[in-house]
Every structure is written in structure tokens, then in C-alpha cells.
Design a protein around this ligand. Structure first.
Ligand SMILES: *Cc1c(COP(=O)(O)O)cnc(C)c1O
Length: 378
């Protein structure tokens, strides 16, 4: 008999460095009395992350969504932008908030990222760009998307909120396209409590993004564009620097937890884990599985409910599809027959608990529960 966990097991837990590491940095902040606007902690974190992410240009933000809004404005996107319905609300919202119509295109059945062929079908004279998402850290087909962007002279922007630390044959994921957004929200792998960043291709674009996140201020007497306040504070940056020290250990431990899940669940009928693509260094941020009801013997929703009775809170991430939100469902591209692959994925995916402090015993118990749900019917 499988015993329920005595404490709830959530899908993730933030890296929390020893409090002493934070207080040491807080003392530095107190001594300088510099709380925000590109202070020493901010500059140190920006440099450290540029190296960690292996990108040329990086600009830190107070959260990922404001970062995305600034990138959209810096790239002068307008009219229609093609994006995926299989993502977090922030992706289409950042477009709609900027007065742009999100146009949904279907996803690839294996990567669960935008299908380049479907993107091409959605291009109209109003299209100005593509906003693609590296779902669960699995990179989009970056070469095919770059070819389409070049062919139709579109801007290519990536939501890399899931892809911190991902590399393709050594190249940082943030080096692809015109710009890439990263989120440092507490639920993400690397975090600053709330926070985010934009990496981009050129110093000129970086300069424009830096202006936009500081009200458009160029100097004390010059405001050169309509900006917003998107700056990361010294306190956020201090937390980030302390968290960064733990990334190596956290990533190693998550890799081993994922390996255990793969070993236990990989051979079960009706369960598919996310693909490991050749040459791709993963972020180890999510353990997403797909449940094919006819082979597994139970639906994703039944598994989700059963896990809950054992105090395990897996997440139906991403469900519902963004194209089903009241704000978007009337759009022509949001009709169900336009996004069948995304619709199937949204009904099948489940994110299982994955974090460094999750013990092997707990992973085994979670796998026992999954196995018991499956074997009940087969
Ligand atoms: C978390 C997340 C965001 C939003 O980032 P915030 O830092 O919370 O604003 C955007 N897109 C995706 C795919 C995310 O997972």
C-alpha cells in the first residue's frame, strides 16, 4: 500500500540560499545606500548572467513580463505577431497589452513548440514578427524559424522563461533571434524572487531596451522615448547573486531526479517524457509527461486527481490553451480546428514535482502512484 505524503509535495521549490549569504550582501547595499538604478549588485549580476547564459548583450528587469513588453516595443512590433497557444498567459498578453493582435499557430507534436510550417501559413501583410516559446526548455526549431523570419523580413522574439542555461551545441539559447526574454520568478529555476532579463543580438538594441526600462531617460534633461519602469533593484540582484552560487548543485541534482523519473516511467505504456534533442544542454527545469489515455488506462485528469489524494500537487501546465481564454477565443486563429496539436497536448500534459531537494524516496513514491493509476485499468 502506498502511503500519502505527510507534507504537500508541490511541483517546484525555490532555491533558497543560506540567509547569511543574503545578509552579507544586504550589508553591502546598506553601506552604499544604493537601492536601485544599476547599482553594484545589479552590475555584478548582469555580468555573471551574461557569462552563465553565454550571451553578448543582457539587460536585467524587475520581471519577465515587463521585459517582454520592452522587447516588443524596442523591436517596433505592431499589427499581427504569430505566437503559440501552448504557453503561459504572459506571452499573448504582452502582445495584446502592446496593441498587437496575437495570431495563434499550431505546435510541433514532439517539441511542443511553434511548428515553423504552421507559422508560415499564418503570415499576412500585417505580420511584423514571431514570438516563439522554448516550452519546458526544449528549444524551438531555431533554424527554421530564423529562415522564415529572414524570408518574410519579420522580427523573431523568444520567450525563454523555461530555458535558463539551455545551450545548443554550446551556443546560449539567448543568442538566437533578435531577442530572448528570461524570467527570474520564484517558481523558475534561477530566480530573484521576481525578476527577468532580455538578451539581444546587438549593442544598439540593448541600448534601446535599457532606455525603455528607465522611462526613456537619456540624461537628467533628456527623455528621448516613451519608456516604462522595468528596472531590477539591488535587493533582487543581491538575491540573484546568492542563488547563482547554488545553480550548479541544483542542476546536477535535478538531472539525477529526472533520470530517476525517466527510468521508472519511461517504459510505462501511454507515458511520454519530453524529448532530449541531440546537442542540446537542458535546463532541467520541468518534468513534463504526456498521458495517452488509451494506452495508459487513465486520463491525465484522473492521474492529477489521484496524485492529489496522496498530497502530490502536479500541475496541468499548460492548460487551458491561451487561445481558449475569453480575451482571445473569438480570434479567427483561436478556433479549435486551427490548433489541434496544441489542443491534444493541453489535455495530455502533466508536470511532476521537480526540484533539487526532492529526495529519491519521494520520486519513487510518486512513480509508484503513477504506476498504480496505470495498472488499475490494464
Ligand atoms: C513565468 C513565465 C512568464 C512570465 O514571467 P514573469 O517573470 O513571471 O513575468 C512568461 N512566459 C512563460 C512561458 C513563463 O513560464
Amino acid at each position: 500500500m502506498i502511503r500519502p505524503f505527510s507534507e504537500p509535495i508541490y511541483v517546484t521549490r525555490p532555491i533558497l540560499p543560506p540567509v547569511a549569504d543574503i545578509t552579507a550582501r544586504l550589508e553591502q547595499i546598506w553601506s552604499t545606500q544604493w537601492l536601485t538604478n544599476a547599482g553594484p549588485q545589479h552590475e555584478e549580476l548582469e555580468g555573471a548572467l551574461r557569462r552563465y547564459l553565454n550571451v553578448d548583450q543582457l539587460s536585467l528587469f524587475t520581471n519577465g513580463t515587463i521585459a517582454l513588453l520592452c522587447a516588443i516595443r524596442a523591436l517596433e512590433l505592431s499589427g499581427e505577431v504569430i505566437t503559440t497557444p501552448f504557453t503561459f498567459p504572459a506571452t499573448p498578453h504582452a502582445l495584446a497589452w502592446s496593441g498587437i493582435t496575437p495570431v495563434f499557430a499550431d505546435i510541433d507534436p514532439v517539441r511542443l513548440t511553434l511548428d515553423p510550417a504552421k507559422v508560415e501559413e499564418r503570415i499576412t501583410p500585417k505580420t511584423t514578427g514571431i514570438l516563439a516559446v522554448h516550452v519546458y526548455g526544449v528549444p524551438c526549431d531555431v533554424e527554421a524559424l530564423a529562415a522564415i523570419a529572414a524570408k518574410y523580413r519579420l522580427r523573431l522574439l523568444y520567450d525563454g522563461a523555461h530555458a535558463f542555461g539551455v545551450r545548443i551545441r554550446g551556443t546560449g539559447i539567448g543568442s538566437y533571434g533578435d531577442a530572448t526574454m528570461f524570467s527570474f520568478h520564484a517558481t523558475k529555476l534561477f530566480h530573484t524572487g521576481e525578476g527577468g532579463a532580455i538578451s539581444c543580438a546587438t549593442p544598439e538594441l540593448r541600448h534601446r531596451i535599457d532606455r525603455l526600462k528607465n522611462f526613456g531617460i537619456a540624461d537628467q534633461e533628456t527623455v528621448e522615448c516613451v519608456g516604462i519602469n522595468g528596472k531590477m533593484s539591488e535587493l533582487q540582484a543581491a538575491l540573484g547573486l546568492a542563488v547563482l552560487e547554488h545553480m550548479h548543485a541544483e542542476t546536477n541534482r535535478r538531472r539525477s531526479v529526472l533520470g530517476l523519473y525517466a527510468k521508472r516511467l519511461g517504459a510505462l505504456p501511454g507515458i511520454t517524457l519530453m524529448p532530449e534533442l541531440h546537442g542540446v544542454e537542458s535546463s532541467y527545469q520541468y518534468c513534463a509527461v504526456r498521458i495517452d489515455q488509451s494506452l495508459f488506462g487513465a486520463s491525465r485528469d484522473e492521474l492529477h486527481r489521484t496524485l492529489k489524494t496522496f498530497n502530490v500537487f502536479a500541475r496541468k501546465y499548460f492548460y487551458p490553451l491561451c487561445s481558449d481564454y475569453p480575451s482571445y477565443r473569438e480570434l479567427p486563429s483561436a478556433s479549435p480546428e486551427c490548433v489541434p496539436v496544441a489542443r491534444a497536448a493541453a489535455s495530455q500534459v502533466l508536470c511532476l514535482p521537480l526540484y533539487g531537494s526532492l529526495g529519491d524516496d519521494a520520486v519513487h513514491t510518486i512513480c509508484d502512484i503513477v504506476q498504480s493509476v496505470s495498472s488499475v485499468r490494464t
